[in-house]
Design a protein around this ligand. Structure first.
Ligand code: PLP
Length: 405
């Protein structure tokens, strides 16, 4: 018999590093989710930008079932067909020639930062080891990734952290010019900062970063863990910036919720990961790769990618309409279906109040930092769910305003 568990069980048996809401979802279909009490929610969160094809997508369920009956795991002592097919697709659809598989965004970034250092070591010597990244960036929770990430709170108390990392203000090319040198092995950036508050890179800035990297023989690493796999409206966001990175990391939507991640790179860079330099037990396992292959097949269709742009416009229109009535947002921004609404001064530091009120109204949204309500729904969310979700959001906004009168 299955034991009855509730939210209180969390406080008894789980580490206190998360503070989950009172809701325990038990079932999802498309962009709708139901909790233990049978209450229905519309999902504008997608996990955190993960379930890009919604919940229980029938094709993905079938692929998973089929693969589960065939082969789960081998370890990297042997390769497998789903991994090879997925790697071929990733290289055909991007700038990259080679792929390394792992299981999470942090792990992909850890691999990318190690590769950048190793490449510089191989080609220029041990002195060229400095990494530049940006304030407010987020790259994961391993010790290396919290150190490269630009939010000090994530490394506090975990020092000593890896050395040779400098931070620069995002979209500030003059500052980057003053920091970059021939000792720089990599510049790391998110094309649109996610956790940092949904801040897109300026196109000119992105191009100038590429030029500076070329001048100093530094690699350009794009963290597309959140922005990738269709979320921006193109397969990866770099395509819209007109800039090609040397290394790119992907996770989140790649498996639609099944843990899988990838680091992809040009061949000459990938060659620095010679046999024995890096690895992962689960990385590239057939289950994860079969699912990711199906995800890519669906997401890279023109129908889905064009649908992202259409849905983006619906969101912006709906958010503007709410704002005209209630004047709660000072900025509405983003790319594709990664959008943020920055709250006005009155609610600065308290974007979370809208998330809580939205959940009460039957809607999942996210925050990105203290001031931004974030939306990262399924890329194929039905139009009627967008409309209904926005109606619930409007009720939530009215409620927060009423409570703060
Ligand atoms: C841009 C970016 N990089 C890396 C990560 C870390 O990914 P994971 O939680 O899968 O390790 C995240 C997660 O939010 C992210 O948004």
């Amino acid at each position: 018999m299955t034991e009855q568990v509730t939210r209180a069980t969390f406080d008894e048996v789980m580490f206190p590093n998360y503070a989950p809401s009172a809701i325990i979802p038990v079932r999802g279909e498309g962009s709708r989710v139901w909790d233990q009490e049978g209450k229905e929610y519309i999902d504008f969160a997608g996990g955190i930008a993960v379930t890009a094809l919604g919940h229980s997508h029938p094709t993905l369920v079938n692929v998973m079932r089929e693969q589960a009956g065939q082969l789960w795991h081998l370890a990297n002592i042997m390769t497998n067909e789903p991994a090879l097919r997925l790697a071929k697709k990733l290289t055909e659809k991007t700038f990259a020639d080679r792929v390394f598989f792992c299981n999470s965004g942090a792990e992909a970034n850890e691999a990318a930062f190690k590769l950048a250092r190793r490449y510089a070591f191989d080609h220029f010597g041990p002195e060229k080891n400095e990494i530049i990244s940006f304030y407010q960036s987020f790259h994961g929770r391993t010790l290396f990734t919290v150190s490269v990430g630009g939010q000090p709170k994530y490394k506090e108390g975990f020092e000593p952290t890896p050395k040779g990392i400098t931070h620069c203000h995002f979209n500030d090319i003059e500052e980057l010019k003053s920091l970059i040198s021939d000792k720089t092995c990599a510049v790391v950036m998110e094309p649109i900062q996610g956790e940092g508050g949904i801040i897109p890179a300026d196109k000119t800035f992105a191009k100038q970063v590429r030029e500076l990297c070329d001048q100093h023989k530094a690699l350009l690493v794009y963290d597309e863990v959140q922005s990738g796999v269709g979320r921006s409206g193109t397969f990866f966001a770099y395509e819209q910036l007109g800039v090609t990175p040397d290394i790119l990391t992907s996770a989140k939507a790649l498996g639609n919720g099944f843990p899988v991640a990838a680091m992809i790179a040009k061949d000459h860079v990938a060659q620095s990961f010679v046999f024995g330099t890096h690895g992962s037990t689960y990385g590239g396992n057939p289950m994860a790769c079969a699912i990711a292959e199906a995800v890519i097949d669906i997401i890279t269709t023109p129908e889905v990618l064009e649908g992202v742009k259409k849905r983006h416009d619906l969101f912006v229109e709906g958010l503007n309409a709410i704002n005209e009535k209630y004047h709660v947002f000072k900025d509405i921004r983003g790319m594709g279906l990664l959008m943020g609404a920055e709250v006005v001064e009155q609610f600065a530091g308290n974007a979370k109040a809208f998330l809580t009120a939205a959940a009460e109204e039957g809607l999942f949204v996210l925050v990105a930092g203290p001031n931004v309500i974030r939306f990262a729904p399924s890329l194929i969310i039905p139009e009627e769910d967008i409309k209904e979700g926005l109606a619930r959001l409007e009720r939530a906004v009215a409620k927060v305003l009423e409570a703060n009168k």
